[in-house]
Structures are given as structure tokens and as C-alpha cells.
Write a protein that binds this ligand. Structure first.
Ligand code: ATP
Ligand code: MG
Length: 202
């Protein structure tokens, strides 16, 4: 194909693509916050959620984050937000959660305490983004009631977006949210014996 012809073909293809994109943009008329589920067994769910935290920070909005994780190990994002971003409230379930001892009552109490913080954030009109990191495990272990969670998500303020991360999550949550992405594991450095890397994995 000569260069001229390929440039003309390219222009035509681009115009066609632009027409399609413009039509889809014109169709999206509803303005509201969205609910997003980031699931799957690959690396990138929590880091993608914090990417949205950064985007929201760019517009100066208030943000709430609850991490439904064990342990109190710091992560780079938590250190940075605590030191630099007073408009972000970050709560970690952390201590009190006892995978090791497998004391179910203690786990449930810690999960409920963390959920109380999440519920407050989900009811806060000023809070533009709420991240519920690793919440899906609270559902798979039945530490928290699915109906209660879905009701709070549904009642949240009109302009508030919410991001839930974690593997699984169940059908009801998948159906409720507006966007679902699954991060697929192809391979991970850890499997090759490489230690978790500061600034990349935590
Ligand atoms: P990240 O926090 O890096 O975005 P994630 O939220 O998708 O990861 P989690 O299941 O929450 O994944 O696990 C967090 C930690 O486990 C991170 O240190 C991450 O690098 C590591 N990890 C994630 N997926 C895998 C995997 N498939 N194999 C081994 N380690 C993993
Ligand atoms: Mg994660």
C-alpha cells in the first residue's frame, strides 16, 4: 500500500471511530457517583483504588478509606496520606483481627468496628470517594451482613463514588455495582521467590 493511500485509509478509520465515540459520549447523560468492584486474583486491585484516591485528591475532595485487612503493617500509601493529606481519613481494621488464632468472635467484632467507620463515610455528603479495601473477604467469611452492606452502598450520597476491592465478592455485589473489573494473575514475582517490594507491593 502506498503511503498516501494508507494515510487516507487511516483518516477514514479514525473518523469512523470518532463518530462512534462521540455517539457513545452523547448517550451518557446521567451524572452521579459510581460503584466499582475491583476483583480477581492478580496484582493491582488496591493500587488501582489508590489511583482513584489520587485522582479525587486532585480536585480537593474529602475521601474515606477503610481497609479490611489484618495486621498493622504500614503501606506507602497510608504513610503518604497520613503525612500529607488531611482531607483523607484512613481506617485500618488491623489489630484485633486474628487470622492466626482464628477467633471468629474477635474477627467479627473487628469487622463490625471497621464497618461502623465505613457506614459513617458512606453517609457523609462531603465525602466524594469511599474506598472499601478488601471488603469482599468480610462477605466470603460472612463476618458482615451482605444486605446491610448493599443497603448502605445504595443509600450513599448521589455524588459519592465507592470502590470495593478483593477477590470474589459474590453475585449480589457484582450486580449492584456499576463497574466490575477483574485483574487476572498471569504471573507474580513472589512465586519466583522475590520478596514483596517496598513502594510496589506495600
Ligand atoms: P496491590 O495492593 O499490589 O494492588 P492487590 O490488592 O491486587 O495488590 P491483594 O490480594 O490485596 O492484591 O494482595 C496484596 C499483596 O499481595 C501485594 O503485596 C501484592 O503484590 C501481593 N499479590 C497480589 N496478587 C498476588 C498474586 N497473584 N500472587 C502473589 N502475590 C500477590
Ligand atoms: Mg489488595
Amino acid at each position: 500500500m502506498n503511503r498516501r493511500k494508507s494515510a487516507a485509509a487511516h483518516k477514514k478509520a479514525m473518523q469512523k471511530q470518532k463518530t462512534g465515540v462521540d455517539a457513545r459520549i452523547a448517550q451518557a447523560t446521567e451524572e452521579r457517583g459510581v460503584a466499582i468492584l475491583l476483583s480477581g486474583d492478580g496484582k493491582g486491585k488496591t493500587s488501582a483504588a489508590f489511583g482513584m484516591v489520587m485522582r479525587t485528591l486532585g480536585y480537593g475532595h474529602k475521601i474515606g478509606i477503610v481497609q479490611f485487612i489484618k495486621g498493622a503493617r504500614d503501606s506507602g500509601e497510608a504513610l503518604y496520606l497520613a503525612a500529607n493529606c488531611p482531607q483523607v481519613e484512613l481506617y485500618r481494621m488491623g489489630t484485633g483481627f486474628t487470622w492466626d488464632t482464628q477467633d471468629r468472635d474477635k474477627d467479627v467484632a473487628a469487622a463490625e468496628q471497621a464497618w461502623a467507620v465505613a457506614a459513617r463515610m458512606l453517609a457523609d455528603d462531603d465525602c466524594r470517594l469511599v474506598v472499601l479495601d478488601e471488603l469482599t473477604y468480610m462477605l466470603s467469611y460472612a463476618y458482615l451482613d451482605e444486605g446491610m452492606i448493599l443497603a448502605a452502598l445504595a443509600k450513599r450520597p448521589h455524588d459519592q463514588s465507592v470502590v470495593v476491592t478483593g477477590r470474589g465478592g459474590g453475585t449480589a455485589l457484582r450486580e449492584f455495582v456499576d463497574t466490575v473489573s477483574e485483574v487476572k494473575n498471569i504471573k507474580h514475582a513472589f512465586k519466583a521467590g522475590i520478596k514483596a517490594c517496598e513502594g510496589v507491593d506495600f
